[in-house]
Design a protein around this ligand. Structure first.
Ligand code: NAP
Length: 447
């Protein structure tokens, strides 16, 4: 044993907790983990991304809480690396730094009208209904008749489902109260979900397709022509075959009158978002599929155009990574450039999760990804002795720099306050959605 290694993990989402768990479980090396998080709360997208009506998916946080309870783990929340403390300061104080900062922003569509009021990034909308403090003050006008969701991933289906679910059903979840109020005033009758490629190429998964009707009670409309049987279908990935089956069941349903509708449209790309002072319509271009590798053809514009009136456009075309001051960043791919998790050009720096491989996969995908990165880190450490920086000295430095930092006891106080507020309403919790509210609930600073 070459002493206790100190590793800083930056970002308290799934990749961060999977990395921490892997580090703490090492047999040959003893590691202590300090986790830094810019919000006062841990769990990343499990708290601020997973839809409120998906409580089972959120239950993975119990596993993260076990990691957090480890005697060699500390949480330093409400500290932004790159602003409150620098990358150099961490590199100076730790044997290694692991960035698990995710992909906090949205990809752009790059079409005229994208920035009109009423054209919204799904990333922001999701953050808002999940009580992320950065999006609390955002105003979303749902008093419109039709919303168009661009994209065919699970985020597109999440937002379509939330917009179509009767608010009284959402009232028993941990959805942000402000969002629930706005959803109660919604006048949306139809949500149109637009995929640029075909039904067989959609990125969403089958459970989420089925939930569209099951969880909302809305009528889901699919054009039978979009899901007609084709040669070679048996060679498609299993998930695509299952998606087609679920979509065909929708296509076979007789049209119903009244009630909310979700229309799934395929082979259409937005080419323009129109409106004078706000969104009034979306111009869709018709596509055909061409080339590409098997199962992965490209969408090509046929020149056909169609105008759909809409008062709200949600752009759900993927998350995007953001640069962290002082840390290398690949602008094109939106990731921290790395080789097997080791930051290219870094100094004992590593990366895992969406910041390493881009915004794809389910929560569990980050476990394998984090374990791979930890394997690289351990191989690099070899038999290098630990630097032996005193943990108490580091904590004293942090508390001086960020007197209001939220540690595990502060998070426990926030958690208890939220759960207590939820109890009388039969909800898992009532989220505190502002930094001030979260800081106040964390209680006085404990030194
Ligand atoms: P995603 O799965 O990558 O889907 C992005 C979608 O946007 C794709 O359909 C993509 O089409 C489309 N797209 C990209 N650029 C476009 C453009 N310029 N014009 C039109 N369409 C465009 O991303 P996501 O939905 O943000 O989800 C991120 C990850 O989180 C995924 O792995 C997802 O499964 C996961 N997630 C899971 C759940 C769940 O399990 N319930 C919930 C939410 C998110 P192409 O395929 O043609 O590129």
């Amino acid at each position: 044993m070459s002493g206790t290694y100190a590793v800083a993990v930056v970002g308290a989402g799934p990749a961060g907790f999977f990395a921490a768990a892997a580090l703490l479980a090492l047999k040959e090396q003893e590691v202590r983990v300090d986790m830094f998080e810019r919000l006062p709360t841990p769990w990343g997208l499990v708290r601020a991304g997973v839809a409120p009506d998906h409580p089972k998916i959120k239950s993975v946080s119990a596993q993260f809480a076990k990691t957090a309870a480890h005697e060699r783990f500390r949480f330093f929340g409400d500290i932004e690396v790159g602003t409150d403390v620098t990358r150099d300061e961490l590199v100076d104080r730790y044997d290694a730094v692991v960035y698990t900062v995710g992909a906090p922003t949205d990809r752009r569509l790059g079409v005229p009208g994208e920035d009109l009021p009423g054209s919204v990034a799904a990333v922001d909308f999701v953050g808002w209904y999940n009580g992320h403090p950065d999006f609390h003050d955002r105003g979303f006008d749902l008093e419109v008749r039709r919303a168009v969701v661009i994209g065919n991933g699970n985020v597109a289906l999440d937002v379509a489902r939330i917009l179509s679910t009767p608010p009284q059903r959402l009232a028993s979840t941990d959805i942000a109260d402000r969002a629930l109020d706005v959803l109660r005033r919604s006048t949306i009758e139809e949500v149109v979900v637009v995929g640029r490629r075909g039904a067989a190429e959609a990125a969403f998964t089958t459970a989420e397709v089925r939930e569209l009707a099951e969880m909302t009670g809305a009528t889901v409309q699919v054009d039978p022509a979009d899901v007609a049987a084709t040669d070679g279908e048996a060679d498609l990935p299993v998930v695509a075959q299952r998606n087609l089956q679920a979509l065909r069941e929708y296509a076979a349903q007789a049209p119903t009158a009244g009630g909310r509708r979700i229309s799934l449209r395929f082979l259409r790309s937005p080419v323009e978002i129109r409106g004078v002072d706000r969104v009034e319509a979306v111009v869709l271009g018709a596509n055909r599929l061409e080339g590409g590798s098997a199962g992965n053809p490209r969408a090509v514009d046929t020149g056909g155009r169609e105008v759909i009136e809409a008062g709200l456009v949600l752009r759900a075309v993927g998350y995007r990574g953001a640069a962290l001051s002082g840390v290398p960043f690949d602008e094109r791919r939106g990731v921290i450039p790395n080789t097997a998790g080791r930051v290219d050009g870094g100094n004992r720096e590593y990366v895992a999760g969406w910041a390493k491989r881009g915004p794809s996969g389910i929560i569990g995908t980050n476990k394998r990804c984090a374990v791979d990165t930890v394997r690289t880190l351990v191989a690099d450490i070899g038999d290098r002795p630990a630097r032996g920086v005193d943990a108490d000295v580091v904590e004293a430095w942090l508390r001086e720099r960020c007197p209001e930092l939220v540690d595990l006891s502060g998070w426990a106080a926030i958690d208890a306050a939220e759960c207590r507020a939820g109890e009388p309403q039969g909800r898992p919790r009532v989220k505190l959605c502002t930094r001030d509210g979260l800081r106040a609930a964390a209680g006085p600073v404990r030194v």
